[in-house]
Design a protein around this ligand. Structure first.
Ligand SMILES: C[S@@+](CC[C@H](N)C(=O)[O-])C[C@H]1O[C@@H](n2cnc3c(N)ncnc32)[C@H](O)[C@@H]1O
Length: 378
């Protein structure tokens, strides 16, 4: 069957997520703030969950309609064929949000939608009581200017939870953001990558997984895995294909360092868990002492911002030092993400391009300094 799905993303990531969806072969319907809408069948639902590196979740769209009153909301939710998705024992919860709409009480919307779905299911299964002991169906409503979108979450835990983060540090980056930074850069698996502020290793690990073509969802579960509409064989087949697609032949050269021993240990353990420790050369070092030996490398880093880890004076000095060290890497492409507004001033170089991204709730800029194209290999 053909379904309409939404891949949700954080702000600024939509275009890169769309690119991922297109390369996975999906038909895109639209790209809006924080979401890319596309069509997929049952296999596609599995593939999207297994392969998307930059999306937060994959939601199944049940319906979209306008509603100005609670009666309208009840009736239109009741019109949806819930029995085709939720079985007799299905456990369903309802959550959502409302922005600039007549129906603004989340709690009331929640209880009306729950009642409406319950009635529909009780009528269909001819029962007067729903046990809700079975698989989880997390229903999400989003009301924007009176337009209600009703979806069900196919992912379960957010897709950033790849299952490899066994050790964490003070300010780790979400895996989906780290993957986005790599995909937004000029790095490809035949080039050197360096992260001299690696912390728990999220950027180098995500890059290694991209280089090895490891599906980010291979090591985790998804809500839709226990749904009746998807034959369990599809999950097995797609996981098998994903294992077969792993590129173990290409030599991946990623370097990662950090000044903090504990963080570096966390990074190493996470890399082992992700199965990419053979791609990453870890070392304990101040970024100033690193020997950036190769030409045409790509440097991607997430240094301290001052907000969370250091005081302002210290980051000003840090960014100044980064400017002095990085300027010597004239054949490299350099990428820095920070929330510090005057980063370029202290770094002493204007970026070729900057992009607004969110690291959790923090508004940041991704400063991009493009190096020359590497010469073609003989
Ligand atoms: C914001 S965290 C990086 C988090 C990382 N992206 C992750 O996902 O875990 C910044 C890191 O820079 C490291 N750091 C701070 N000053 C440094 C320096 N002078 N040289 C190298 N690393 C440094 C800190 O130890 C910290 O791990």
């Amino acid at each position: 069957m053909k379904y309409k799905l939404i891949a949700t993303t954080t702000f600024g990531i939509e275009a890169i997520c769309k690119r991922e969806l297109i390369s996975l072969g999906f038909e895109i319907i639209s790209t809006e703030n924080g979401k890319v809408t596309f069509y997929a069948d049952e296999v596609g639902i599995v593939k999207a969950n297994l392969w998307l590196r930059t999306a937060d979740r994959v939601l199944l769209v049940m319906d979209e309609f306008t509603a100005y009153t609670f009666d309208e909301l009840f009736d239109k939710v009741n019109n949806i064929d819930w029995g085709s998705l939720i079985p007799k024992d299905g456990n369903f919860i309802v959550n959502g949000k409302s922005v600039k709409s007549k129906l603004f009480s989340i709690r009331d919307c929640q209880s009306i939608i729950k009642k409406s779905i319950s009635k529909k299911l009780m009528d269909k299964y001819e029962i007067s009581w729903l046990e809700e002991t079975g698989a989880l169906y997390s229903v999400l409503f989003s009301i924007l200017k009176d337009v209600v979108t009703i979806t069900v979450d196919t992912s379960g835990l957010g897709l950033h939870k790849r299952g490899y983060r066994v050790k964490t540090v003070t300010a780790p980056m979400k895996e989906t953001l780290a993957a986005s930074l790599v995909l937004l850069s000029y790095w490809s698996k035949d080039r050197i990558l360096y992260d001299p502020f690696c912390g728990s290793g999220t950027i180098p690990i995500e890059a290694a997984m991209i280089g090895r073509n490891i599906a980010p969802g291979l090591n985790r579960d998804f809500a839709a895995k226990s749904w009746d509409i998807i034959d369990p064989q599809i999950w097995k087949d797609e996981a098998k294909k994903a294992y077969q697609a792993i590129d173990l032949d290409t030599k991946i050269q990623i370097f990662a360092s950090d000044i903090d021993e504990e963080n570096l240990e966390a990074a190493k353990e996470n890399a082992i868990e992700a199965g990419v420790d053979d791609c990453i050369d870890f070392s304990l070092s101040d970024f100033k002492d690193v020997k950036y030996e190769n030409n045409y490398g790509v440097l991607i880093c997430n240094p301290p911002y001052g907000e969370r880890l250091e005081d302002e004076k210290a980051v000003q000095k840090l960014y100044g030092d980064m400017g002095k060290v990085f300027i010597k890497l004239d054949t490299w492409s350099k990428y820095v993400i920070t929330s510090y507004v005057n980063f370029e001033g202290y770094f002493r170089k204007k970026s070729d391009r900057q992009r607004k991204l969110y690291n959790g709730r923090i508004e940041t800029r991704y400063y991009q300094y493009y190096g020359p194209r590497p010469p073609l290999k003989e």
